[in-house]
Design a protein around this ligand. Structure first.
Ligand SMILES: [Zn+2]
Length: 193
């Protein structure tokens, strides 16, 4: 009887340990999946950067859309898909989706009007970004993936960094930050005026 009791105790302790462990295992699997997806997305961003550089070398300008890189500068269009899109079908492009191919990435220098972004209306994204570059230089993101939290950014000078949705708040030097804020307000005034 004693032995039976002991086995019951061992079993129940074992079970409760297992029950406790399952959520942790699920969480750590999810975390490693998230990390792997982020790393794969960064590899995509770096390939996109190389393709953009090659395009600029040849044509002395940026493309209108990332799909303009395919196939000459980017042979494999699946590089434009973040692994999160492949797993879930989600894209987050805020009205700036590529017109020719499904792409997970927002090309910040695209030829589209800003629309609701910062109430920018008819100001072109690429003109807006050039103005921002006049203030903070090549730290301005060229390509962004909003499928991660924090968001993944590829800057104009090829660096990958994480930020909140509004990367402008993350520009460290406060002078730049207030200049960006002033630029945003003048953009709004232009639209309303
Ligand atoms: Zn991504």
């Amino acid at each position: 009887m004693k032995t039976l009791n002991r086995s019951v105790i061992v079993l129940s302790v074992g079970c409760s340990l297992l029950v406790g462990l399952f959520p942790i295992t699920a969480r750590s699997q999810e975390a490693s999946e998230t990390t792997q997806e982020k790393e794969a997305c960064i590899r995509n961003l770096k390939q996109i950067y190389e393709a953009l550089q090659a395009y600029r070398r040849d044509r002395k300008e940026l493309p209108n859309w990332l799909s303009d890189l395919v196939p000459k500068y980017l042979k494999d269009p699946s590089v434009l898909l973040c692994p999160v899109t492949r797993r879930t079908g989600r894209v987050e492009t805020f009205g700036l989706g590529d017109p020719k191919l499904t792409a997970s990435y927002i090309f910040e220098f695209c030829d589209a009007e800003m629309g609701k972004i910062y109430d920018g209306g008819k100001i072109k994204m690429r003109d807006w970004k050039r103005r921002q570059m006049g203030l903070v230089g090549s730290a301005v993101p060229m390509v962004r993936c909003h499928l991660h939290s924090p968001v993944l950014n590829l800057s104009f000078d090829g660096k990958v960094f994480e930020s909140a949705d509004t990367w402008e708040n993350h520009v460290r030097r406060s002078g730049h930050r207030s200049a960006l804020r002033a630029e945003t307000q003048s953009g709004r005034r232009r639209v309303s005026g």
